[in-house]
Design a protein around this ligand. Sequence first.
Ligand SMILES: Cc1cc2nc3c(=O)[nH]c(=O)nc-3n(C[C@H](O)[C@H](O)[C@H](O)COP(=O)(O)OP(=O)(O)OC[C@H]3O[C@@H](n4cnc5c(N)ncnc54)[C@H](O)[C@@H]3O)c2cc1C
Length: 296
Amino acid sequence: MIYDVAIIGAGPAGLSAALTLQLHGKSLLWFGTPNLSTKVQKSEKIANYPGIGPIGGEELNALFRRQMDEQGLVLTDRMVTMITKTKRGFMLLGDNDLYDAKTVLLAIGSVSSKGLPNEEALLGRGVSYCATCDGFLYAGKTIAVYCGDARFEHEVNYLADTAAQVYLQCAPGCGSTVDRPNIQRLSCPIKEVYGEDRVSGIRLTDGTSIAVDGAFFLRSSVAPTNLLKGLAMDGPHIQVNRQAETNIPGCYAAGDCTGRPYQIAVSVGEGNVAAHSIVAYLAELERAQKTSAEAK
Ligand SMILES: Cc1cc2nc3c(=O)[nH]c(=O)nc-3n(C[C@H](O)[C@H](O)[C@H](O)COP(=O)(O)OP(=O)(O)OC[C@H]3O[C@@H](n4cnc5c(N)ncnc54)[C@H](O)[C@@H]3O)c2cc1C
């Protein structure tokens, strides 16, 4: 099945787009976590959202959830780690499964960096974001794992089942309690990953180097240019025009990932703009396909 739209991100931008696209009858594949947006959830009080403020972030998130459920919108709880442009549109890797969509909306929130030095260059050459996809490649080998959130614990356990030795760094406050004989917790953070043609080691912030065959970075987000190759950036943000179009035809972006100010109202507005642009793009696509079929 090829979906009309794949939305990545279930914060205010993703939700706003999903609501509008559903009203337009488009088939949706919507990736996100059940708590929708950690940022909204963590906001103590939101006083600048029209109509319903001041309101606690948890309460607003619960309202978002209720509207989503009432409208029958379904979330796919998968982390998207790779998007590839294809002839038919886009192919997305969500955890271990592949999905096809004609268009893509990136509503992934602000992503602070491209990752560690050399991470992008060594992606697919020892660096991986998906344990279940690539873990088998490291059977009996030594790997480094960065665990950014306790929800990735099952992936850390899976990697420990496969690899001979795991050097593990857990993010501050990640809450992971994973403890296995072949897991060694790193005493300080990973500063960089290195290697010529592929990963050969990691360097820690105290200057220590450890030889590894691979490095897994299990984070709640992936830098946009690692997610989709060739995506134009404006500093740390995805470059878009007023129609929420990126430089890649069929790929749109909305919300914090496109720039400041980081605000719910902005994300909701941009999600809505992106949805309308996607509807127009799909209509144009359909027209072009019809004309080409008639010409044959
Ligand atoms: C403490 C705090 C207080 C704030 N207070 C206010 C306020 O008072 N008023 C206001 O207007 N704004 C406030 N904000 C900002 C507001 O929360 C953000 O602007 C808003 O949440 C951005 O929405 P978004 O949809 O762009 O991104 P987010 O809400 O960040 O949502 C992005 C979603 O995408 C998901 N995602 C990312 N990458 C992937 C991937 N590869 N695969 C699958 N899912 C993925 C993430 O898990 C996340 O759920 C506050 C933020 C914080 C942190």
